[in-house]
Ligand binder design. Structure first.
Ligand SMILES: [Zn+2]
Length: 178
């Protein structure tokens, strides 16, 4: 997988949706706005069918639009593709809020339960109510179930939630200053 930390948001979104081919198509479109299928295929070295599949997916998700154009030499119609930058932002915001909701749900769950575990990496952890039912014995390996602190996990979840919230604040400040 290619590193996307410093990439344009459009390329990042492409990387979320698909494989490296998506990233290559997105980069080609970013470097050559209004590119045609053929131009993207030759810029990426990908087969035209693969390029069209990626473009169609991005189009269906509203991230790009196709402008019909006539090839001056050959006289046939083709599409020139344009990135819908505002839709890319909408997509990323939605994505972030889904992740944030899931993280908060998980954090609530972790905070409101005590977990019990036998210490065997392949065995699962149990909440208190389950551990009572099992008489505090792991049904998989037979070892005793002991209280397992989830402090580290809670701290990691809090950190991640805070990071996304800060990112959201930064993004809305940037939007307001435009
Ligand atoms: Zn076990």
């Amino acid at each position: 997988m290619v590193k996307l930390e410093y990439e344009d948001t459009f390329v990042k979104v492409a990387g979320i949706l698909g494989d490296d081919d998506y990233i290559r198509v997105a980069r080609a479109l970013l470097n050559n706005p209004d590119a045609t299928d053929e131009e993207i295929a030759s810029a990426t070295g990908l087969k035209i069918n693969k390029v069209r599949k990626v473009l169609y997916d991005l189009f269906e998700r509203g991230l790009i639009v196709g402008i019909k154009d006539k090839d001056p030499k050959k006289g046939w119609f083709m599409y020139r593709w344009k990135i819908q930058h505002d839709q890319v932002e909408v997509f990323l915001n939605k994505q972030r809020s889904v992740i944030l909701r899931k993280l908060r749900e998980r954090l609530d769950y972790e905070r409101s339960h005590t977990f019990y575990w036998c210490g065997t990496p392949t065995c699962k952890k149990y909440i208190f109510e389950e551990a009572i039912e099992l008489f505090f014995v792991c049904p998989e390996c037979g070892n005793p179930l002991k209280e397992d602190s989830n402090k580290d996990l809670i701290a990691a979840l809090e950190w991640k939630i805070n990071q996304i919230e800060q990112e959201n604040i930064k993004n809305s400040e940037r939007k307001n200053s435009l």
